[in-house]
Design a protein around this ligand. Structure first.
Ligand SMILES: *Cc1c(COP(=O)(O)O)cnc(C)c1O
Length: 359
């Protein structure tokens, strides 16, 4: 019998499709900005040990206070300024759930992470798009500030996904000084940027600044689902009150705590990825027809004629998966390539040379 389920869906939620990252099983997966290196041995050992001692019959600590304390110590803020989430995504959703809503606007600067807009729409929040420059993807500071004057929230990404560039601190300063909006700086990839890039230290003196971080990228824990927000304690209190109480499970809390405690063990991996990024950029730039943008993250954005078919041939003929953005506004013929290990990167370059018939 036919049902009318579609008509019963809350109107703001009708028309959403399940997220499909199109993960075809490939030998080399450079499509999702994951860290493809093995976990540092000492971290792995601690995690295994800690997991073995974690009982599963008890509920988790809702606020993950041990992990919060470790994150607070690292970032030199009070525990009351840290919130842990089931991936950065949960925190992004909850920010819109709390601070968006009908009659309020979110300002974004596309091309950027598409979840900002999706979550805003789910929360019935108007989305104001201030597009980046078509050529170099630079931000339009004046237009952003104008839009932010009328908005509840601004979300900027530094380094930006998928364009790889950083947000100038001067722009964040102006957004805080010249508007009344809450400003979220998404630093999901900041560990790959030059030291001193993060603006976490600004949170203490700027109660409307919020900084998002995640263990999914530099910490090689995308499967764990753990992200965190550093913000004024009043923002954190609101988030604490509305969150799904047990969203961060005991296994995730346990693993995240060990990884954050041993954060210095990740430094060699991160600097290897940064070196490999420059190596990969050199190799890509030598290929015919390729345009590249400078990246401070663990991925590169490349424009190449026939991007969609090149991506399909990489997958089907060479078992190498990268992300196609050629469908997206502002990103025609653009591919996003995660920086992998030396051998993964070489495999990609070899495959591209074969497809482009370079000797
Ligand atoms: C990956 C990513 C995140 C967070 O990812 P989680 O896995 O949910 O922590 C947030 N913002 C951007 C821009 C990202 O690319």
């Amino acid at each position: 019998m036919a049902t009318d389920i579609a008509l019963r869906v809350r109107p703001a939620l009708a028309g959403f499709e399940p997220y499909d990252p199109a993960f075809s099983p490939c030998e080399v997966n450079l499509s999702a900005n994951e860290n493809t290196y093995p976990l540092p041995q000492d971290v792995r050992e601690r995690i295994v040990q800690a997991l073995a001692n974690t009982p599963l019959n008890r509920y988790p600590d809702p606020l993950a206070n041990e992990l919060r304390d470790e994150l607070a110590a690292w970032h030199e803020v009070d525990r009351s300024c840290v919130m842990v989430g089931n991936g950065g995504d949960e925190l992004l959703f909850n920010l819109l759930f709390c601070f968006g809503g009908p009659g309020r606007a979110l300002v974004v600067a596309p091309p950027c992470f598409e979840e900002y807009k999706n979550f805003a729409k789910m929360c019935e929040t108007e989305v104001v798009e201030v597009w980046r420059n078509e050529q170099d993807y630079s931000l339009d500071d004046e237009a952003l500030i104008d839009a932010a004057r009328e908005a509840a929230l601004v979300m900027l990404t530094s380094p930006n996904n998928p364009t790889g560039d950083l947000v100038e601190p001067a722009l964040v300063r102006r957004l805080l000084d010249e508007t009344d909006a809450l400003v979220l700086l998404d630093e999901a990839y900041v560990e790959f940027a030059p030291a001193g890039t993060s603006l976490v230290s600004w949170v203490r003196d700027n109660p409307r600044l919020m900084v998002l971080r995640t263990l999914s990228k530099a910490f090689a824990l995308a499967g764990l689902r753990c992200g965190y927000l550093i913000a004024n304690h009043e923002v954190i209190d609101v988030l604490a009150a509305i969150r799904q109480i047990y969203s961060e499970d005991v296994l995730a809390q346990t693993v995240a705590l060990q990884a954050v405690r041993k954060r210095s063990s990740f430094e060699p991996v991160i600097s290897t990825i940064v070196k490999e990024r420059e190596e990969l950029a050199r190799a890509l730039a030598e290929l015919p027809g390729v345009t590249l943008w400078p990246s401070s993250a663990n991925f590169l954005l490349a424009r190449i004629p026939e991007a969609g078919s090149i991506r399909a041939r990489l997958r089907d003929e060479h078992s190498v998966l990268i992300r196609d953005f050629s469908y997206a506004p502002g990103l025609s013929d653009c591919l996003r390539i995660t920086v992998g290990t030396r051998s993964e990167n070489e495999r990609l370059i070899g495959a591209l040379k074969a497809i482009l018939e370079v000797e």
